[in-house]
Design a protein around this ligand. Structure first.
Ligand SMILES: Cc1ncc(COP(=O)(O)O)c(C=O)c1O
Length: 473
């Protein structure tokens, strides 16, 4: 039991220095709000395969993989050598290279349904352009998105994404649009209609109310921003049928699922033909490659009727990375290996969890999965909120100190890469998880005991009170 072992501690001296220095130059000491973890902010030195090292020399099994893009492993020589060879010819011309053509041919080939595609630099830009194309093609203004889904950081995407307090999302029948942070014009946020994932009735009512002005439904086919909540049987088919019925488009945001859960992404996996799709992350093994694509018909609004550009769109580094990565995903059994290692890790974790008698559910796909401490299978973002995510967060943070790094926020799934399958990580991850879980449970029991002493409550009564509060249903 972890309780018998001393609590491990990370070396932090250099990172704390860097944090204090970075705080003078960058808000939160980082280039993204999501990486700003206060004094625990991690400053990375290097990565190789499925591992990373911070600047203090602490080694971790990486279970974030940069939030998903590093599908093959850090510093993968097959991709890096190709990119290096191509970039020596120059990286930015604002002209078009053969790599860009081949990258988009690969997207067409692997999806089977994309007729034309354009590169962007980020997933954010990809979803922003896909929404614009949808509005342009249909001549309508509004986009439906699902609560808890993340489509990047442009104004149209930051509605009803991550509140901890779900009461702010409005009633179950009539969700309200909740802007994430200040600075989003009200006029923009009013064009986004929040719906609830796996609740086709709510979506139908939205379409019946204002279907005439809905250009598209954008959906993360698996909810990557809520531990990978899966669609219920037939949900995507129903959404597809509804969008067709009301003349709206369907945008599959495959930034996380794209070429991770299947060679043809979630569209292939769930047997759906969307009208538009967005891809990023795994298509470039960590290089900033992204794109949006759609059927020949829908994409015909480009280039004449819709604006899209970007100095770095299709730059050599990203395009070459996409070519090298997509060829590997298409031609090798990388995806099968990643699924196998994810499945093996889940098997070990199941054994650990079963012996603790905790309610838990695995979410997502073995290549990007979550662990939710709750009794029943979650179907939407509101279910994440009623899971025991405080316990999950404590376990995740405790894993860092023990040598594995999942995201310390329970909304983010664990991401596996091909290199994990070669590195014999399964037992290590299970031991680290087990130790951290025990430590978190012990800390919780300790806190409850102290609380019971302070309040004078009998400990038996207190445990009963706590389990009622933790029970999601
Ligand atoms: C589903 C989804 N869409 C869009 C984005 C935005 O991509 P990027 O961070 O490259 O802008 C993300 C990023 O996590 C994502 O998960």
């Amino acid at each position: 039991m972890a309780a018998d072992r001393p609590a491990p501690r990370l070396r932090r001296a250099r990172q704390l220095d860097l944090y204090r220095r970075a705080m003078q130059a960058m808000p939160g000491g980082t280039n993204s709000n999501f990486r700003a973890w206060g004094e625990d902010t991690v400053y990375v030195d290097r990565g190789r395969g499925g591992r990373l090292w911070d600047v203090d020399g602490n080694e971790y099994i990486d279970l974030r993989m940069g939030y998903g893009p590093v599908i093959l492993g850090h510093a993968d020589e097959r991709v890096d050598d190709y990119v290096n060879e191509r970039m020596r010819k120059g990286v930015s011309f604002s002209l078009t290279s053969e790599d860009e053509v081949e990258a988009m041919e690969l997207i067409k080939q692997m999806t089977g349904w994309v007729g034309k595609a354009r590169m962007t630099v980020s997933g954010t830009e990809a979803t922003m352009h896909a929404m614009r194309v949808a509005r342009a093609y249909t001549g309508r203004n509004k986009i439906v998105k699902f609560e808890g889904q993340y489509h990047g950081v442009h104004d149209y995407a930051l509605i009803s994404v991550t509140p901890n307090d779900v009461s702010t999302l409005g009633s179950e029948d009539n969700p309200v649009g909740l802007a994430w942070g200040r600075g989003i014009p009200e006029a923009v946020s009013k064009t986004i209609i929040p719906a609830r994932y796996n609740e086709i009735g709510v979506l139908r009512r939205i379409f019946e109310r204002e279907g005439h002005d809905i250009a598209a439904v954008i959906v993360e086919p698996i909810m990557g921003n809520a531990q990978g909540i899966l669609p219920e049987e037939g949900f995507h088919q129903q959404v597809r049928a509804l969008t067709r019925e009301f003349g709206a488009l369907l945008i599959f945001d495959e930034v996380k699922t794209g070429f991770r859960i299947a060679r043809g992404g979630a569209a292939e996996y769930f047997g759906i033909k969307p009208d538009l799709g967005t891809f990023a992350k795994a298509i470039g093994n960590g290089y900033p490659a992204a794109c949006f694509g759609g059927t020949e018909e829908v994409m015909s609004v480009l280039p004449d009727k819709v604006s899209h550009g970007g100095t770095y769109a299709g730059n050599r580094v990203a395009a070459a990375a996409a070519v090298a990565t997509l060829r590997i995903l298409r031609d090798t059994d990388a995806l099968e290996s990643i699924k196998a290692v994810g499945t093996a890790i889940q098997g070990e974790l199941r054994e650990v969890l079963n012996t603790r008698g905790l309610p838990y559910v695995f979410t997502g796909h073995p290549t990007m999965f979550g662990i939710m401490f709750r009794e029943t299978v979650p179907t939407e973002y509101r279910d994440w909120a009623t899971s025991d995510h405080e316990l999950y967060d404590a376990v995740a943070v405790g894993m860092h100190a023990r040598g594995a790094m999942p995201e310390p926020d329970s909304r983010e799934p664990w991401f596996l890469c091909e290199a994990h399958a070669r590195e014999d990580v399964v037992d290590k991850v299970a031991t680290i998880f087990s130790d951290s879980l025990d430590a978190a449970l012990e800390a919780r029991a300790h806190a409850e005991q102290s609380h019971a002493v302070v309040t004078g409550m009998a400990s038996g009564e207190h445990v009963a009170a706590h389990s009622a509060a933790a029970d999601p249903d």
